[in-house]
Design a protein around this ligand. Structure first.
Ligand SMILES: [Zn+2]
Length: 95
């Protein structure tokens, strides 16, 4: 039998992490475990770091853009209309 697994919990470290929303989470780690730099906040899912005053940036959440919005950004109006017409035609099964 090994000497571990006797029901005694190994000493654990509680490490506080803060996300950019100010949530604190305190996962515990085995003493010999490697503590990660960031931890996902269980409340909002943002990455949380050990520096309370300087939490990691939240993930970039770009507003969803429709295909047409991209087309309008990148192309001239005329091109955009042609592409839109083509897209609509495809939707209708005309191509
Ligand atoms: Zn959070």
């Amino acid at each position: 039998m090994g000497e571990a697994e006797r029901g005694e919990s190994a000493p654990r470290l509680r490490i506080s992490f803060w996300c950019s929303n100010g949530h604190e989470t305190q996962p515990s780690f085995a003493r010999d475990a490697q503590v990660p730099d960031t931890w996902d906040c269980p409340r909002c899912g943002f990455p949380a770091g050990q520096d309370r005053d300087n939490p990691p940036d939240p993930p970039r959440t770009e507003p969803y853009k429709t295909h047409l919005a991209y087309v309008r950004e990148r192309r001239s109006d005329a091109d955009g209309e042609a592409i839109l017409a083509e897209a609509l035609a495809k939707l209708r099964g005309e191509i």
